[in-house]
Design a protein around this ligand. Structure first.
Ligand SMILES: *[C@@H]1O[C@H](CO)[C@@H](O)[C@H](O)[C@H]1NC(C)=O
Ligand SMILES: *[C@@H]1O[C@H](CO)[C@@H](O)[C@H](O)[C@H]1NC(C)=O
Length: 295
């Protein structure tokens, strides 16, 4: 197995601070305090159509820290960063930038930089330590604190349900996205991802109106199951050096199950929580699919 350099992989899939520009309705009008001014060479907000949103983005595992604390269950990265040789410098997200404790400071910086939005991800195993079943209310309280503080500072929250951090228990139980039961057993029996999405919509939906179902599902499918460079490190030769997997079939099965999960989350939102029209975009510039949804 080729060692990964975690900082590089973070740049690729967890972009510490990406500035994303999306065309969504301009509902953000909170007053701002003093802001830092930069020489942008003449480029300004006026260079963009009205309604463009400027923000920063992170992944839960990348920034939160408190990986095994306050009731959080392990996600795939917790386990894989500890496998000798998987991460070249043995680093992990155990502490990261400690956003769990320092979120106010981070949001203050976003406000100083004059951003409109923050796209964060919700750690599935912080809400459901086993992937399903028992809720970790301390984790729920953390996201309430974060979201409340964003609103207080005039930053619009954009929540991503899964940013490549599947609960490890679901991998142990049925190999995660390789099994359809990640989202349902039958049409009338929804399962773990559907429950997680429903729980988040229900719990945070009064304060969060912009949702992403998955961040870069292509990375989950290809890096996790084709070349095996990301957890769960499954592949077959000559695509990578893994102890198990099948690069000819598994990336497609995973992609299919992620698309079904995305569709199910959208269906749940439309049926139970929709109070305004959905704006969504499916980005197909990279195989197999980027699926971002704005609700
Ligand atoms: C990572 O840990 C291994 C032992 O598991 C050790 O041999 C290696 O030197 C460590 N690498 C770094 C960069 O610390
Ligand atoms: C992958 O699965 C396919 C379909 O079951 C099979 O034909 C192929 O031999 C498998 N490849 C490996 C490397 O196991």
């Amino acid at each position: 197995m080729k060692p990964l350099l975690l900082p590089c992989s973070l740049l690729i899939f967890l972009l510490p601070v990406i500035i994303y520009v999306e065309c969504v309705p301009d509902s953000h009008s909170a007053s701002k305090q003093e802001h830092v001014h930069f020489d942008t060479g003449g480029l300004s907000r006026d260079s963009f159509p009205k309604g463009f949103v400027f923000g920063t983005s992170t992944a839960a595992y990348q920034v939160e820290g408190m990986a095994r604390k306050e009731g959080r269950g392990p996600c795939m990265w917790d386990i894989f960063t500890k496998i000798p040789g998987f991460i070249a410098d043995n680093s992990s997200g155990d502490v990261a930038v400690d956003q769990y404790n320092r979120y106010e400071h981070d949001v203050d910086i976003m406000q100083k930089l004059n951003f409109d939005a923050y796209r964060f991800s919700i750690s599935w195993s912080r809400i459901f330590p086993n992937g399903a079943g028992e809720v970790n209310w301390k984790g729920v309280a953390y996201y309430h604190r974060l979201i409340n503080y964003l609103h207080l500072k005039g930053i619009t929250p954009y929540a991503c349900l899964v940013h490549q951090d599947l609960p490890y228990e679901l991998h142990k139980k049925y190999k995660g996205y390789l099994d359809r039961q990640i989202v349902f057993l039958s049409k009338s029996c929804r399962k773990d991802y559907a429950h997680f999405a429903d729980f988040c919509f229900k719990t945070f939906g009064d304060k969060v109106k912009n949702w992403f179902t998955f961040n870069e599902p292509r990375n989950t499918a290809v890096l996790g199951y084709d070349d095996g460079s990301f957890p769960p490190a499954r592949c077959s030769k000559p695509y990578g050096d893994c102890s198990e997997g099948n690069s000819s079939t598994e990336p497609y099965i995973v992609t299919h199950n992620i698309i079904l999960s995305h569709a199910t989350a959208v269906q749940i939102y439309r049926q139970k929580y929709l109070v305004k029209p959905i704006l969504y975009r499916m980005n197909t510039f990279d195989w197999p699919l980027y699926i971002y949804i704005y609700i």
